[in-house]
Design a protein around this ligand. Structure first.
Ligand code: HEM
Length: 195
């Protein structure tokens, strides 16, 4: 049941925000299309294409930085626990927010900017652990993480090679942070066929 529930709304929110961000950043959308055209030509992507879809993956990664589908996670402390100079008493609820960490300028310059190119291999190695954690971590981290990267990149590539999505400017965009980070008013988009 958890696999079913945790697996679909997260991915659909991630893709919704990704298409919204692309509609607001036409240069990134153009770059994405250049990559898709050169790697795929006229065919739909397969798993074998994923390593070549580098910019596509960066777009998905950057989108989950700005709009992490799981925007906060919680744990209950079962016994007194020391973190640095603090002692967290047993019974406390601790919240750790992806949204807060992902917008922290100590780790991401211009944190509110959608900038997929920030995700170089070097930058990823430099990032402290848990400054970027859309899939949580540790013993209860997301079991679907590899699957989510695969389906996210493949869906983004499959849709974007054929369609450009334009956000309807008259439609308000807001955050609805429930268990996942939903768009408060939905996301109204117009599809334009490429070419
Ligand atoms: C972009 C997509 C996804 C995101 C951002 C995401 C995020 C997360 C996060 C943050 C957690 C940890 C929650 C916590 O620590 O309290 C989690 C757990 C989980 N996820 Fe995902 N997830 C995604 C896709 C998937 C998919 C595709 C599946 C299954 C096919 C899945 C199955 C699960 C399950 C079963 C757990 C619970 C693991 C446990 O408690 O041991 N998720 N996910």
């Amino acid at each position: 049941m958890t696999i079913f529930l945790a697996g679909h709304e997260t991915t659909s929110n991630a893709l919704t925000w990704t298409f919204y961000l692309l509609s607001q950043n036409p240069t990134a959308d153009d770059r994405l299309y250049v990559e898709l055209s050169s790697v795929l030509g006229d065919r739909i992507p397969t798993v074998e294409d994923i390593p070549k879809l580098e910019y596509t993956e960066k777009v998905f990664r950057e989108s989950m930085r700005l709009y992490p589908p799981a925007w906060t996670i919680g744990r209950k402390c079962v016994k007194d626990y020391k973190v640095g100079k603090y002692t967290i008493p047993a019974g406390s609820i601790i919240l750790m927010s992806q949204y807060v960490m992902h917008h922290d300028s100590r780790y991401f310059s211009d944190p509110d900017l959608f900038y997929p190119d920030r995700w170089t291999k070097e930058a990823m190695l430099r990032l402290p652990r848990f400054s970027y954690f859309p899939f949580g971590g540790g013993i209860r981290g997301c079991v679907g993480e590899s699957f989510a990267w695969m389906e996210g990149v493949l869906l983004l590539a499959t849709i974007s090679r054929e369609w450009r999505l334009h956000h309807d400017v008259s439609h308000k965009v807001g955050l609805k942070p429930l268990i996942t980070l939903r768009p408060k008013y939905g996301m109204r988009m117009r599809l334009e066929r490429r070419k």
